[in-house]
Design a protein around this ligand. Structure first.
Ligand code: F6R
Length: 600
């Protein structure tokens, strides 16, 4: 249960456990819709018999509503076999029809259950659990991590994976399987990863990995070197609060010790030949959600510093539209988890077209970190709250470092100019801290706005992705309809939404930056104000014009225009978090979401 609690970031709409009981001939199972706490209460009331091996699962529904019936583990062979699954079995409908025609009765609407019944059929034909698992995976299409137990093999758990992670934890007289090392980190810090289409059999004292043909594979164990205290709440009421306050450290740590003796950026893993980097004619950033907004901020900076065209594309759109990618394309995949299936598939597609891929990833050893040609880790530490905050700032910071590195390598900026920007970046953690320390006014207004039905966010230039992120945070945490717009686009249609007292947040660029940008956004404010909107402005300290236009102004410290998103997004995170808190919502685990979206 403790392991499952740490895996709840992958999904929390139902949970379940199956245990091979000590009498060694039967399985005991409990499963419930709802968060893990619901299962814990059920187990308290009806404890399962002690067992020899167990499997457990937290679910994020794909096939079938989040009900007790659809929760995993699923049973087969009259309750002798239990199976859990992450991913999507894409040919499940055909398999289900085939099994039904053969007389199998289904107890759920899930794709998973088909795998359980197939496994039972293979075991009935005389195969061991491991052999049966190999046979079943040959029949499955899509992405899966599967774990199964059979009451007749009371010391064995069998696992298999394709396009979805599975890690083995190596203990003493005990072994573990998890979709993430965090599941078993309190028991062991030695782990090994499973390759594509490999099957693993664990018993208390052995781990045997085989490939799709059944030949044994040797996998090198590695040590997990991170600190679990970072995953505790540290005195804050929620992980979200804590992670918002972790942001100065997330940026500082991501910047720390990045340059070698020649002032060149040091990547954390892998290398991309400098000749290749010099020859690239385009950068494509692929990511999803908040990570994609970090990519949008990066585009403004990298294009400005490096004079290389940068496209930013949602990974799921990139993958399926036949994108123009070649050996001269550098793909930058941004992902906190490194396990977002849409982004993984886009990375693989880009590599097949000959592109080099740099991963900007937070989770060490994750799939994208392993598969990218090189990795620049964001050092945000574990992000537990489902909605991303500190990872966003760390992603922007890492992408800036990459931009500066490319700029120097390709001779677009002189070393002293780069040193100047790095100095400005070094000053950002203290400025973020200032925003946190002076955030009471934004908290107060958020609490007063719990009754709002719609909030709009406007920004221009790097303020545009900030507006998109502000709107996403409010949707996710407070379930309020929110939209982010490019301020200049408003007059081309969305202005029709403005009505009296509609709250509109505006990210106002620095008046010290490109003068016209500040003036243009002030004009956008005038346009919405004239139509009765309630104006909330994020402005730079010392901007005396902002109060003349706004009902409420919230200040952030001075910063160069391109770096300002690292400050401006913070009040918007706090706004969404406080407003959701005022509505009594669980900001760490908002409804319908999963921390890591491991399906396409
Ligand atoms: C929003 C959020 C998501 C993620 C997106 C990508 O708060 O967390 O939009 O940013 O699912 O996740 P990663 O970065 O893990 O690839």
């Amino acid at each position: 249960m403790a392991g499952l609690a740490r895996l709840e970031y992958r999904g929390y709409d139902s949970a379940g456990i199956a245990v091979v009981t000590e009498d060694q001939n039967s399985l005991a199972r409990a499963k419930k819709a709802g968060k893990l706490a619901v299962l814990a209460a059920e187990l308290k009331e009806h404890p399962l018999a002690p067992g020899t091996v167990a499997i457990g699962h937290t679910r994020w529904a794909t096939h079938g509503a989040p009900t007790d019936e659809n929760a995993h583990p699923h049973l087969a062979a009259d309750g002798r076999i239990a199976i859990i699954h992450n991913g999507i079995i894409e040919n499940h409908a055909a398999l289900r029809s085939e099994l039904k025609a053969g007389g199998v009765t289904f107890a759920s609407d899930t794709d998973t259950e088909t795998a359980g019944h197939l496994l039972a059929a293979e075991i009935d034909s005389g195969l061991s659990l491991a052999e049966a698992m190999r046979a079943v995976t040959r029949r499955l299409e899509g992405a899966f991590t599967l774990l199964a137990v059979d009451a007749r093999e009371p010391h064995t758990v069998v696992g298999a994976r394709r396009n979805s992670p599975l890690v083995v934890g190596l203990g003493e007289n005990e072994n573990f399987l998890g979709s993430d090392v965090i599941a078993f980190i309190e028991h062991t810090r030695t782990a090994l990863e499973l390759g594509q289409d490999e099957v693993v059999v664990i018993t208390p004292d052995a781990v045997i990995v085989t490939d799709a043909d059944g030949d044994e594979v040797q996998r090198e164990p590695y040590s997990i070197d991170w600190d679990t205290t970072a995953a505790q709440k540290g005195g804050f009421p929620t992980f979200m609060d804590k992670e918002i306050h972790d942001q100065p450290a997330a940026v500082a740590d991501t910047l720390r010790g990045r340059m070698d003796d020649n002032g060149r950026l040091m990547l954390d893993a892998g290398i991309i030949d400098e000749g290749v980097l010099n020859a690239i004619d385009k950068i494509v950033v692929i990511a999803c959600g908040t990570a994609a907004y970090a990519g949008m901020v990066a585009k403004y900076a990298i294009e400005h510093w490096c004079r290389i065209p940068v496209e930013v594309e949602l990974a799921h759109e990139f993958r399926y539209r036949d994108p123009v990618v070649s050996v001269k394309t550098l793909v930058v995949a941004i992902s906190q988890s490194g396990e977002t299936m849409d982004t993984i598939m886009a990375v693989r597609h880009a590599q097949q077209q000959g592109a080099s891929v740099i991963g900007i990833v937070n989770v060490q050893g994750s799939t994208i970190a392993r598969e990218a040609d090189a990795v620049l880790y964001t050092r945000a530490g574990p992000e537990i709250a489902v909605a991303s905050t500190k990872a966003f700032l760390a992603q922007i910071t890492a992408a800036f470092l990459l931009g500066l590195f490319l700029s120097e390598l390709r001779g677009n900026k002189y070393s002293d100019e780069i040193a100047e920007i790095l100095e400005e970046l070094d000053a950002m953690p203290a400025k973020i801290q200032w925003v946190l320390d002076t955030s009471e006014p934004i908290r107060e207004i958020a609490r007063s706005m719990a009754g709002e039905r719609t909030v709009l966010f406007l920004g221009r230039h790097v303020g545009f992705p900030v507006a998109l992120e502000g709107a996403l945070k409010l949707k996710e945490l407070a379930y309020i309809h929110a939209e982010g717009f490019a301020a200049g686009e408003l007059k081309h249609g969305p202005i029709a939404l403005i009505e009296k007292d509609l709250p509109v947040f505006i990210v106002l660029p620095s008046p010290r930056g490109r003068e016209s940008l500040h003036a243009k956004v002030l004009s956008s404010i005038e346009e919405v104000k004239a139509r009765g909107a309630r104006i909330l402005v994020l402005a730079e300290e010392g901007d005396d014009e902002a109060p003349l236009y706004a009902d409420h102004v919230f200040y952030v410290p001075e910063a160069p225009v391109l770096l300002a998103p690292l400050l401006n997004v913070v009040p918007l995170q706090i706004f969404a978090c406080s407003l959701a808190g005022a509505k009594g919502y669980d900001v760490d685990q908002p409804r319908n979401l999963a921390k890591s979206v491991t399906v396409e």
